[in-house]
Design a binder for this molecule. Structure first.
Ligand code: NI
Length: 262
């Protein structure tokens, strides 16, 4: 067992890349050995949300987010809201996520308008359910901020895999949001992210993997998994000039706070 404890607050063991016989159990085992005793699997679709909930019940220390990812946007109706709300009543479901905007993959304005509608709809649902949200924002920083300032007033949660500017990070933190950082922090082309990590109050930061994607250095290019969140935490410690223990202790506390896990 590891000397430090970490929470991977954003992962996808519900992804098809972990579907082979025994893969999930093995990944959970390796995570625990690395000190990652708790992890939150996020939903992208109704099917993957259901899987996240099932995994949360199959393993100690696993929790679930449920929601519709912007790349999977479809015109949600009341039956979908009701399904998400029913899952949300489960104590192992800790947020609506991941939800948000992604203007990188699909460039159609019509699709972006649909994404904004279902993002706003799920923000409203999260407020009704008194749950935090986990937000995906890729190449849509301006609209994400604008929606959180207007329709998202009264919501709380995490801007996951933060990729915006320092200036925008300051605005999100001022509004009470937490920021999650992932593998890209360890990349040579990490751009503005180290600057954000150097600045951010430590009680606003979370470490994540977003596995199976974006494995951190030195695992870059391989399938990512929750155990590797330690490399992200080590990079945070290096950038801030503090110990890994301090990063682990504070980000764990933050995870417990924002997602109300214990
Ligand atoms: Ni994700």
């Amino acid at each position: 067992m590891s000397d430090i404890l970490l929470v991977d607050t954003h992962t996808h063991l519900n992804d098809a890349k972990f579907a082979a016989e025994g893969e999930t159990a093995a990944a959970v085992e390796r995570a625990r050995a690395a000190g990652v005793t708790r992890m939150i699997n996020m939903g992208d679709t109704m099917a993957s949300s259901a899987k996240a909930v099932a995994l949360a019940h199959a393993y100690d220390g696993l929790f679930a987010g449920v929601g519709i990812h912007p790349e999977e946007a479809f015109p949600m109706g009341e039956a979908d809201d009701a399904k998400l709300a029913a899952w949300a009543a489960d104590p192992k479901v800790v947020c609506l996520g991941e939800i948000g905007l992604d203007y990188y993959w699909n460039k159609e304005e019509e699709n972006h308008a649909l994404q904004r509608r279902i993002f706003i709809r799920q923000l409203a649902l999260a407020r009704d359910l008194d749950l935090p949200v986990c937000i995906h924002d890729r190449n849509a920083h301006g609209d994400t901020l604008a929606i959180l300032q207007k329709e998202g007033r009264g919501n709380r949660g995490v801007i996951h895999c933060y990729s915006g500017s320092l200036e925008m990070a300051k605005e999100f933190v001022r509004m009470g949001w937490y920021l999650g950082v992932d593998g890209p922090l360890t990349f040579k082309n990490a751009a503005k992210l180290p600057e954000v990590v150097r600045w951010i109050p430590l009680d606003r930061l979370l470490v994540e993997t977003d596995a199976p994607y974006m494995a951190p250095v030195p695992m870059r290019g391989r399938r990512n998994e929750p155990a590797y969140v330690r490399y992200v935490a080590e990079k945070v410690a290096e950038i801030r000039g503090i110990s890994l223990e301090e990063v682990a202790a504070q980000t764990t506390k933050n995870a417990e706070m924002v997602y109300a896990i214990s």
